[in-house]
Design a protein around this ligand. Structure first.
Ligand SMILES: [Zn+2]
Length: 66
């Protein structure tokens, strides 16, 4: 039997480095924790970018007329 298992290689979404898909890469598909945080940071930035969000936290002029 000469069946060699070929490791799965993925590319880090942040820096395009080859990452072995295995236990030796705890941050896969990222190559490192830094790249993981960078990617998450970009996602968070997009989530927070909500244009024209109304500020209703301090509306004293609001009257409850029903
Ligand atoms: Zn990376």
């Amino acid at each position: 039997m000469s069946q060699s298992r070929t490791p799965t290689i993925v590319k880090c979404p942040t820096c395009q480095t080859d990452v072995v898909w295995g236990e030796q890469s705890p941050f896969r598909p990222f190559c490192s924790k830094r790249c993981q945080l960078i990617d998450l940071g970009e996602w968070a930035a997009e989530e927070k970018a909500i244009p024209g969000a109304p500020d209703l936290s301090d509306s004293d002029g609001w009257s409850e007329e029903m």
